[in-house]
Write a protein that binds this ligand. Structure first.
Ligand SMILES: [Zn+2]
Length: 258
C-alpha cells in the first residue's frame, strides 16, 4: 500500500529527477515535450505546503504551488503566511492561483476572468510578480473546466491529457502505480499533482493528520489570545486544548467510534 510519508515523497521526487527534468508551469515553455510538470494544490494548510517545498528544495528541484485566496482554512495575507509564500517564491518556486469558481455562482466567463485577475492581484502583492498559472479547485465535482485567457491553465490541453496525468486526489491514484507511472516521463510530458495535506512524517491517515492540524490551530489560537488579560485570567495554568477536550466530553455526547 502507498504510504503518504515524507520519506516516500522524497523517493518519488528523486526517482522522477533520475528519469527526466522536473518543471514548474512557469519554467515549462511550449518547446518542452517530456519530463514532469510538478503541481501542488494547497487546499487546507500552508505550513504543510512549506514543508513539502523544503523537501523539494533539498533535492534541488522546483514546482508550482497553487494557493487559494478564498479559503476558510488559511489566509495567504496573514503575517506568517506572507513570509512563507515570499520564502517559497525567492527559493525559485512558482506561486500560482488555485481558483474555486463555485464561490461566484453562475456568472459569465468574462466576469469569472475578472475574479481570477482580482484573486491573482492578492498573490502578486506578496510576490511582486505577475501570477502566470491557474489551477481549478474541484473541477471534476462540477465538471466545469474553465480556461482563462492570458494565463497558463493547468487543465488546458497543452498541459493536461488524462493518460499523462497523475493525481493523488482523495489519496487515490486511480489504480496507477506511482513508481511505474512516472517512467512515462522519459518520453512524455506528465503532469503530476500532489496535495501537501496528504503527506506527513509517518504517513498518517486523514483523521490523524486532520486532528493534528486542528490541535496546532487550537494551540496557536491559545497563544494568540493570551494577549487578552481577561482570557489569561480565565485560562490560568490550563491550556485551551485541555479545556476543549473537557468541553467535548461534557457537551458533545462524545463516543469513541474511530
Ligand atoms: Zn483544490
Amino acid at each position: 500500500m502507498f504510504e503518504f510519508s515524507y520519506e516516500t515523497y522524497s523517493k518519488i521526487i528523486k526517482e522522477m529527477k533520475k528519469i527526466n527534468k522536473i518543471y514548474n508551469f512557469k519554467s515549462a515553455d511550449s518547446s518542452v515535450k517530456n519530463g514532469f510538470l510538478l503541481r501542488h494544490d494547497v487546499d487546507i494548510d500552508l505550513d504543510k505546503a512549506y514543508k513539502m517545498c523544503s523537501i523539494e528544495k533539498n533535492i534541488g528541484i522546483t514546482s508550482t504551488y497553487f494557493l487559494l485566496v478564498t479559503s476558510d482554512f488559511y489566509n495567504v495575507l496573514s503575517y506568517e503566511n506572507r513570509k512563507l509564500v515570499s520564502n517559497m517564491f525567492s527559493d525559485g518556486f512558482e506561486i500560482a492561483l488555485h481558483f474555486d469558481p463555485m464561490l461566484y455562482g453562475d456568472i459569465s466567463l468574462e466576469q469569472m476572468q475578472k475574479q481570477v485577475e482580482k484573486e491573482c492581484s492578492i498573490i502578486e502583492d506578496i510576490i511582486g510578480e505577475r501570477v502566470q498559472t491557474i489551477s481549478l479547485h474541484n473541477p471534476s465535482i462540477h465538471n466545469r473546466y474553465l480556461v482563462f485567457k492570458t494565463y497558463k491553465n493547468a487543465y488546458a490541453g497543452e498541459f493536461f491529457t488524462p493518460e499523462l496525468y497523475l493525481s493523488d486526489s482523495c489519496k487515490d491514484f486511480r489504480g496507477k502505480d506511482v513508481f511505474e507511472f512516472i517512467k512515462k516521463g522519459k518520453s512524455n510530458l506528465l503532469q503530476v499533482l500532489f496535495h501537501p495535506i496528504h503527506f506527513s512524517e509517518n504517513g498518517e491517515n486523514y483523521i490523524k493528520s486532520f486532528s493534528r492540524l486542528i490541535e496546532d490551530k487550537i494551540n496557536n489560537f491559545d497563544k494568540y489570545v493570551r494577549i487578552n488579560k481577561t482570557y489569561k485570567n480565565e485560562i490560568k495554568e490550563n491550556t485551551l486544548l485541555s479545556c476543549f477536550q473537557k468541553h467535548i466530553k461534557e457537551n458533545c455526547g462524545y463516543e469513541e467510534k474511530v
